[in-house]
Ligand binder design. Structure first.
Ligand code: 5GP
Ligand code: ZN
Length: 109
C-alpha cells in the first residue's frame, strides 16, 4: 500500500485540515511555506495524469473549501501537482500541494 493510502487508512497519523467522503487535506510534514497542505483523493490514482475529469471537478470544489478554511482565499495561494519522475513526484498517489501564508516565492523547476 502506498504512503498516502496508509495515511487515508489511519495507519500513518496526519494533521488533518479537512476531509469528506472523497478527499483528505492534511499538513505537509516538511512545509515549504508558512501554509503547506496536501489534498489527496481517498481513491488511489498514481498522478494527475490519470485523474478522471469528474474527480478533478469535485477536487476543485474541495480545494475551494480548504482555502476558505485556511483563510487564504482572498490573499491567494499556489497549487502544484508534480507528475511522475520528471515532474518531481516522490509520492505516487495523486496530490495537490497548496502553499500560502505569504508570498511563496518564484517557482523554479
Ligand atoms: P511530491 O514530491 O511527491 O509532489 O510531494 C510529496 C510531499 O509529501 C512532500 O512535500 C513531502 O514533504 C510530503 N510527505 C512525505 N511523507 C509524508 C508523510 O508521511 N506525512 C506528511 N504529512 N507528508 C509527507
Ligand atoms: Zn495510494
Amino acid at each position: 500500500m502506498c504512503l498516502f493510502c496508509k495515511i487515508i487508512d489511519g495507519e500513518i497519523p496526519n494533521n488533518t485540515v479537512l476531509e469528506n467522503d472523497e478527499f483528505l487535506c492534511f499538513h505537509d510534514i516538511n512545509p515549504a511555506a508558512k501554509i503547506h497542505v496536501l489534498i489527496i483523493p481517498k481513491k488511489h490514482y498514481d498522478s494527475f495524469d490519470v485523474i478522471p475529469a469528474q474527480l478533478m471537478a469535485n477536487m476543485t470544489e474541495f480545494i475551494h473549501k480548504v482555502a476558505d478554511k485556511l483563510g487564504v482565499r482572498e490573499d491567494g495561494y499556489r497549487l502544484i501537482t508534480n507528475i511522475k519522475d520528471h515532474g518531481g513526484q516522490e509520492v505516487h498517489h495523486l496530490h495537490m500541494h497548496l502553499l500560502a501564508g505569504e508570498y511563496v516565492g518564484r517557482l523554479v523547476g
